[in-house]
Design a protein around this ligand. Structure first.
Ligand code: FAD
Ligand code: NAD
Length: 405
């Protein structure tokens, strides 16, 4: 009898978790499992702010996919997904095509630019290993060039961060630690550097605990960050940005580096493939399948689930993507064994920790507020946990953050 073919697209938190759990649940004779990813490595998206600022080498955030999968059960295909043809049950890849009986779409999200002019062209993003490298190297180039130019352009030393959500704040935390090093490396006067964070909402980290937000803002301000709150980026140009507060006329702020960290949307491929989506995210059923497509699971940043307690979508996080991967693997194992009662996914949110650099953080864990070194310690525990869940102790020993403070 022909074995069912399970194809998993994306080896991020959701996809890789599905693959490593499925390889434990399913026997070699029960299914063919194929994992497709554009790179031969997985990267820890949750560490990219460190690689982007230059406080961590980019190789530290990635590891080889083949080292964590059981090659006797999972075939790895390095290729880029272009489109999903759900009527013919096949995936169009850059170099080939692949048919499936069951599909898991876990190709993550992409930056949401809300159609703001110039952002795609001129702003940097913290989205993958290469964008992080580009941002880090661009900032270094600006510092190096400033020093070599006869006519000094002070704006080369201005860095604007758009968005004071968790990504923006975590990047600022790293950046404030990196700037003194950059100044030293490139013989630049620290007082000439400007770090400006522009946030459209009336507060930094909208919706997070106000006491912790106050702590984060004061720590970052102390290290030189200027916050423009209730101010929206309206346009990005090669010279900087235009911002406006409320109904005010937009005005220009010149800067050599603009980083856009103001939210994400689902992967465009999902919408392009004909799935009904809101900001690129498909509202999935409780069993994580796409409505009307019993053979397609969508998990991670391209999936949308409503938190009924507050009637708002769950935020797109690694925590949820990994938990969805676990449920998805169990549901796939059930389906290939012809079971019809699939598990309902219920997120188990253990908390949120937002780093403010190597040795500082804020967080709410199991309902308790934490800040400072205790929170920084907890952040490293969380970071190591995701490695442990995918590759066990060997992966933690190889890639983990073992210097706790
Ligand atoms: P991803 O982990 O992004 O993986 C997607 C995978 O698909 C990647 O391997 C990618 O290469 C691959 N892929 C994409 N397109 C294609 C294609 N066309 N073809 C083939 N492969 C493709 N969340 C938390 O819970 N805690 C945190 O502390 C946290 N910190 C964060 C810090 C930063 C700086 C950022 C940017 C995000 C952070 N998040 C955090 C959010 C979290 O990283 C995402 O929610 C999570 O990565 C989503 O997982 P995913 O599996 O959907 O996608
Ligand atoms: P976000 O949507 O959480 O925050 C984006 C911020 O940008 C918002 O505060 C928004 O008001 C602001 N913004 C939007 N448009 C703007 C404009 N035109 N000008 C200025 N500001 C503007 O996005 P994020 O921070 O990238 O986070 C994405 C997801 O990843 C979230 O679910 C988050 O929880 C998760 N994440 C978690 C952690 C963590 O747990 N430590 C870290 C990073 C990201």
């Amino acid at each position: 009898m022909r074995k069912p073919k399970i194809v998993i697209l994306g080896a991020g938190y959701g996809g890789l978790m599905t693959a490593v759990r499925l390889q434990k649940l399913v026997g070699v004779n029960e299914a063919d499992i194929v994992l497709v990813n554009k790179n031969d490595y997985h990267y820890e998206t949750t560490w990219l702010h460190e690689a982007s600022a230059g406080t961590m080498h980019h190789d530290k955030v990635r590891y080889e996919i083949r080292n964590v999968i059981d090659k006797s059960k999972v075939e790895f295909v390095q290729d880029t997904v272009l489109e999903i043809n759900k009527d013919e049950k096949k995936v169009i890849l850059e170099k080939s095509e692949i048919s499936y009986d069951y599909l898991v779409i876990a190709i993550g999200g992409e930056p949401e630019t809300f159609g703001i002019k110039g952002l795609k062209e001129f702003a940097f993003g913290i989205t993958n290993v290469n964008s992080s490298r580009q941002l880090r190297e661009h900032m270094e180039y600006q510092f190096a060039t400033y020093n070599m130019e006869e006519e000094k352009k002070e704006e080369r030393l201005s860095i604007i961060v758009g968005g004071a959500g968790f990504t923006g704040i975590e990047f600022l935390g790293e950046l404030t630690n990196r700037i003194p090093e950059l100044c030293h490396e490139y013989d630049v006067d620290f007082n000439k550097v400007k770090i400006i964070c522009v946030e459209a909402a009336p507060t930094v980290l909208p919706g997070f605990d106000p006491e912790l937000v106050k702590y984060a803002v004061s720590q970052l301000e102390r290290k030189g960050v200027e916050f423009l709150i209730g101010t929206a980026i309206k346009e990005c140009t090669p010279e900087g940005i235009f911002v406006a507060k409320g109904e005010d006329e937009p005005h220009e702020i010149k800067a050599g580096t603009v980083v856009w960290a103001a939210g994400i949307r689902g992967n465009a491929i999902v919408e392009k493939s004909g799935f009904e989506a809101m900001r690129g995210r498909v509202k999935v059923q409780l069993d994580l399948r796409a409505p009307g497509h019993d053979d397609v699971f969508i998990i991670g940043d391209s999936a949308l689930m409503i938190n009924e307690e507050i009637n708002r979508p769950y935020p797109p996080t690694a925590q949820i993507a990994m938990q969805q991967g676990e449920t998805c693997a169990r549901n796939l194992a059930a389906l290939i064994r012809n079971k019809t009662d699939l598990e309902t996914f219920k997120p188990d949110i253990k908390g949120t920790v937002c780093s403010l650099g190597e040795d500082d953080a804020i967080g709410v864990v199991f309902g308790k507020k934490i800040m400072g070194t205790k929170a920084a310690f907890m952040k490293k525990v969380v970071d190591n946990r995701s490695l442990y869940m995918i590759g066990g102790v060997p992966l933690v020993l190889k890639k983990g953050k073992l210097k706790f403070l």
